[in-house]
Design a protein around this ligand. Structure first.
Ligand SMILES: O=C(CO)[C@H](O)[C@H](O)COP(=O)(O)O
Length: 223
């Protein structure tokens, strides 16, 4: 079944803990937490100390998206602070093989992320190290942007690559995800939908998560 990962970038920061607990109760699968450094992306968000503060509030998987240059510098810290999946941008490091190996050595699931303009060929040599591949469906840095339709072809190609190589990493998508774009991504091959502004703007989060599932159920071929 498709997994739903609320991006807490769209939460009310004055009540961050409550928002995470409410999404947990609403039935989400992962909690997606963006770490932005103001350099790799033009925005600044949460750091390891925020992970540490909210970690005791839920048992859900913390899905850490590192939007930072030289992510190797932060792997120890986010791992110790409670991240379960740690994803690094292939564009942010000269040493992607080493970064993924370090994440694995820390006992965490390793993910690689591709910006919309990055070709899948960039990650071909390291796919066997990945538990998750995150396809950005907007340019990273901000919530509330429009889904980039060309991402669908990339998701389809990645699914084919996974089958051809006999691998089992999850395919995650992030940016502009609503019921329609989420359904299209699931049809293309996505396993995990990150949703920020659309999900947080719904009045009933539990219903919205169920609705994500029912929208995707309707197609019948990926549940
Ligand atoms: O990584 C991100 C932006 O860089 C996000 O996870 C972002 O929060 C997605 O938000 P939305 O669903 O509103 O597009």
């Amino acid at each position: 079944m498709i997994k739903i990962a609320p991006s807490i970038l769209s939460a009310d920061f004055a009540n961050l803990g409550q928002a995470i607990q409410a999404m947990d109760q609403a039935g989400c699968d992962y909690i997606h937490i963006d770490v932005m450094d103001g350099s790799f992306v033009p925005n600044i968000s949460f750091g390891p100390m925020v992970y540490q503060a909210v970690r005791p509030l839920t048992d859900k998987t913390f899905d850490c998206h590192l939007m930072v240059d030289q992510p190797e510098r932060y792997l120890d810290m986010v791992a110790a602070a409670g991240a379960d999946i740690i994803s690094v941008h292939v564009e942010a490091t000269k040493h992607i093989y080493q970064s993924l190996s370090m994440i694995k050595a820390l006992g965490k699931k390793a993910g690689v992320v591709l910006n919309p303009g990055t070709d899948l060929s960039q990650i071909q040599p390291i796919l066997h190290l990945c538990d998750l591949v995150l396809i950005m469906t907007v340019n990273p840095g901000f919530g509330g942007q429009k889904f980039i339709q060309a991402s669908l072809e990339k998701i389809k190609q990645l699914k084919v690559m996974r089958e051809e190589k006999g691998l089992d990493f999850e395919i995650e998508v992030d940016g502009g995800i609503n019921f329609e774009t989420g359904k299209a991504c699931a049809q293309a091959g996505a396993d995990v939908l990150v949703s920020g502004s659309f999900l947080f703007n719904q009045t009933d989060w539990a219903k919205a998560i169920l609705d994500f599932h029912s929208h995707i159920d309707m197609t019948g071929d990926f549940i």
